[in-house]
Ligand binder design. Structure first.
Ligand SMILES: [Zn+2]
Length: 213
């Protein structure tokens, strides 16, 4: 079995062994499946039952989604969740989507997990700029609130994460986007595609913020 990176081990412990909320550290965390999200409830009702799993085992499956389903079953059964329901409900999840013009006559609809404000704002900054892995469980929780885009699945879609520049990788020592996009890939069951390379060297968003301040 492949060894887990330290941050992956931390996530695993947070999900399966640590029963405290990763934000308030007071209340018991609640499994994702029991949190108030309607689309999640409908997804869970379509998960395979134990009977269908055992039937699939007998028929020696070669369907890659079989293992994804097994993982979902395992998660559904043993995952203790990352946040308590109090903290989860205190965050405004899935604000109304907004459009961004990407070319003349073409708009891209953007769905964010939540607003860029406390506590996600602080978590993102600590993770991105200070490599604070203790904030990763909260960020993963936010990623899991994002419903898979309608009509997209592992046979017709890929996730393209914004590549970092070598200069930034050297400066930071890690690539926060690749860690988060790997988690999104797992959540949506859609593969990552690494076929793009960043050739510009624009000023970082943080730099832009400073410049415009
Ligand atoms: Zn909490």
């Amino acid at each position: 079995m492949r060894l887990l990176a330290p941050y992956q081990t931390g996530l695993w412990l947070a999900e399966y062994l640590d029963i405290r909320c990763q934000l308030c550290r007071v209340y018991r965390s609640t499994p994702q499946s029991q949190l108030s999200q309607n689309y999640l409830l409908s997804n869970i009702s379509s998960l395979p039952t134990a009977d269908s799993i055992s039937h699939s085992l007998k028929t020696l499956p070669n369907d890659p989604s079989f293992f994804a389903n097994l993982r979902q079953q395992f998660n559904h059964r043993f995952n203790s969740g990352l946040l308590c329901s109090h903290c989860h409900d205190s965050i405004a999840w899935l604000p109304k989507p907004f459009n961004v013009d990407i070319a003349s006559g073409k708009v891209l609809s953007i769905q964010t997990a939540t607003y860029y404000e406390y506590p996600l704002r602080q978590a993102i900054r600590a993770f991105k700029h200070h490599e604070d892995m203790t904030k990763l469980p909260l960020l993963l929780h936010a990623i899991r609130q994002l419903p898979r885009p309608h009509g997209c699945h592992h046979d017709n879609s890929v996730i393209v994460a914004m590549p970092t520049t070598e200069q930034r990788l050297v400066k930071r020592g890690f690539d926060p986007v690749s860690i988060l996009s790997a988690q999104l890939s797992k959540h949506w069951q859609i593969p990552l595609w690494h076929g793009v390379k960043r050739i510009d060297d624009t000023v970082s968003q943080q730099g832009l913020h400073v410049l415009s301040a």
